[in-house]
Design a protein around this ligand. Structure first.
Ligand code: HEM
Length: 481
């Protein structure tokens, strides 16, 4: 946070401003800040730098569109809370998702969103997570077997690739009760190989300055279309089964079954909507959880002492079991959970949101009252300074899971918010599932293996597609059980 801002806070001065009076980093005519943001593929890093230089709230131009970027905790809190009435997600994103045939909860608005949100929350509640734990166990067991074989063969493990299949298998299992068997099918062809193309294409389109795909389909676009088609057929097939089960009196146990129940009860549910809503849920969840577990592997590989502590905890809690047997056991894996929280602090995979004001409104914090016209885009930064705020996190750059087990430090007034799962009525409905899956994974990995970094392919980097993914992340494993 800049000295200028702190001065204003101390003086109690509140400025009334319009968007045109906000500071703006140097941009180019016509394209605005698009080239600067595209630099190095890590948009959020550039935004954080601009925050350091210009203060917590500034404006940028994306082509003809002006966007208010903000790390102000008060403004972020208001904007996230006042949904869906006053702010909606940026329509460009919704349009891109719909074009791929995957419209659903993430991009729905108004009553449509309310109805889907209710169904989704039912499908992801704690009781359901307990009942569906078998899916997590099955996939985790398969990953352990595969990694044991890799360890025995002395192979380098392509972490992100393996974890993409692992988390996709779990997400599909939990969402629609289908076993993709993706973990064991590493080199094989199948839907598990095709679906990630949808996310890749979405990420590329999201960051593309020109919507070329509306005129010409490149090979990647055609592969994405084919993958959606293939997956849609699978969802339709599973939906027939889900409806039979619900008609037979079963309580919904998946998102798909919750949709079947809603259709039975006269809700506005068509097969087309079901297909796209399930795809949407998988897209919203899958890459985030794959990236988070992959980043956790990166930190474990580079912090042997943390591995040792997770291993000691796992030995005590899991004993002879290779991985946690039920969610009550997971609840006792406090240090593994702290590893997950610390990973998310240093590597939040969804670093910002793009929203749009639906009415003329005022964004206020202790320094300013900013008049914002209907249609203005607002970009809340969800993780600004989560890796550098020494007041909130002593030695902030250090990977120190132990900090999550200690008493939380007093939060300074105006300190940046850290909201890796968003907040308000649209906060991430998959948060508990994500934390559960990642904790199970971290504990299993250290309980069974010593993890060593392998940088023969170059140093680990990061890139932003739909989420922030690690690049060049490989490890070698040594079995310890
Ligand atoms: C570490 C993993 C994850 C992270 C960091 C993450 C992060 C986020 C964030 C930042 C949002 C936007 C929240 C907002 O607008 O306030 C979101 C929304 C969403 N997430 Fe997640 N997510 C994760 C895992 C999952 C999983 C596993 C699922 C489902 C299986 C999921 C499903 C969704 C959906 C459907 C939405 C849209 C909710 C709405 O608009 O009402 N996420 N997530």
């Amino acid at each position: 946070m800049t000295g200028v801002r702190n001065e204003a806070v101390r003086g109690g001065e509140v400025r009334s401003m319009s968007v045109s009076e906000l500071p703006e980093p140097r941009g180019l005519p016509l394209v605005g800040h698009v080239p600067a943001l595209a630099r190095g593929g890590v948009i959020h890093r550039v935004l954080h730098e601009w925050c350091d230089q210009h203060g917590p709230t500034f404006r940028i131009r994306l082509g003809t569109q002006t966007v208010v970027v903000t790390a102000s905790p008060e403004i972020i809190g208001t904007v996230l809370r006042e949904r869906p009435e006053k702010y909606r997600r940026g329509q460009a994103m919704g349009r891109l998702i719909a074009e791929l045939g995957a419209a659903g909860l993430f991009d729905a608005e108004g009553d449509d969103w309310r109805a889907l949100r209710k169904i989704a929350m039912k499908g992801l509640n704690a009781g359901y997570l307990r009942e569906s734990f078998g899916v997590i166990s099955r996939s985790t067991g398969r990953l352990r077997e595969q990694w044991s074989a890799a360890a025995a063969a002395g192979e380098v493990v392509p972490v992100l690739d393996d974890l993409m299949r692992y988390t996709l298998e779990m997400t599909v299992g939990m969402t629609m009760d289908h076993d993709l068997d993706a973990v064991r099918r590493r080199g094989e062809d199948g839907p598990h190989r095709h679906l990630p193309q949808v996310l890749t294409t979405l990420g590329q389109r999201l960051n593309s300055p020109v919507p070329y795909w509306r005129w010409v389909r490149l090979p990647g676009d055609r592969r994405a279309d084919a993958a959606v088609e293939e997956f849609s057929a699978l969802i339709r097939d599973r939906y027939v089964r889900a409806k039979e089960l619900i008609a037979g009196g079963k309580r919904p146990g998946t998102f798909l079954e919750s949709l079947a129940e809603a259709e039975r009860d006269g809700g506005d549910v068509t097969e087309e909507r079901v297909v796209s809503a399930v795809l949407n849920m998988i897209i919203a969840g899958e890459d985030n959880i794959a990236a988070t577990t992959a980043w956790a592997m990166h930190y474990l590989a580079t912090h042997p002492e943390v591995q040792r502590l997770v291993r000691e905890e796992a030995a005590e809690v899991l004993g002879e079991d290779a991985h946690p047997a039920d969610p009550f056991v997971v609840a006792r894996l406090k240090y593994a959970e702290a590893v997950v929280n610390e990973t998310i602090r240093l590597r939040p995979t969804a670093p910002y949101l793009l929203l749009e004001a639906m009415t003329d409104t005022v964004l206020a914090d202790s320094t300013m009252e900013l008049s914002v016209a209907r249609g203005t885009h607002v970009m809340p930064l969800l993780g600004y300074r989560s890796d550098s705020d020494a007041q909130k996190y002593p030695n902030p750059g250090e990977f120190d899971p132990g900090r999550w087990l200690a008493e939380p430090a007093e939060q300074a007034e105006g300190a940046p918010s850290f909201l890796p799962f968003g907040a308000g009525p649209r906060f991430c409905p998959g948060r508990n599932l994500a934390l559960l899956e990642a904790t199970v994974f971290v504990s299993m990995a250290c309980h069974n293996f010593v993890i060593e970094a392998d940088t023969s392919g170059g140093p680990v980097g990061e890139k932003l597609t739909f989420v922030v993914l690690p690049t060049n992340l490989s490890v070698r494993l040594r079995s310890v059980r």
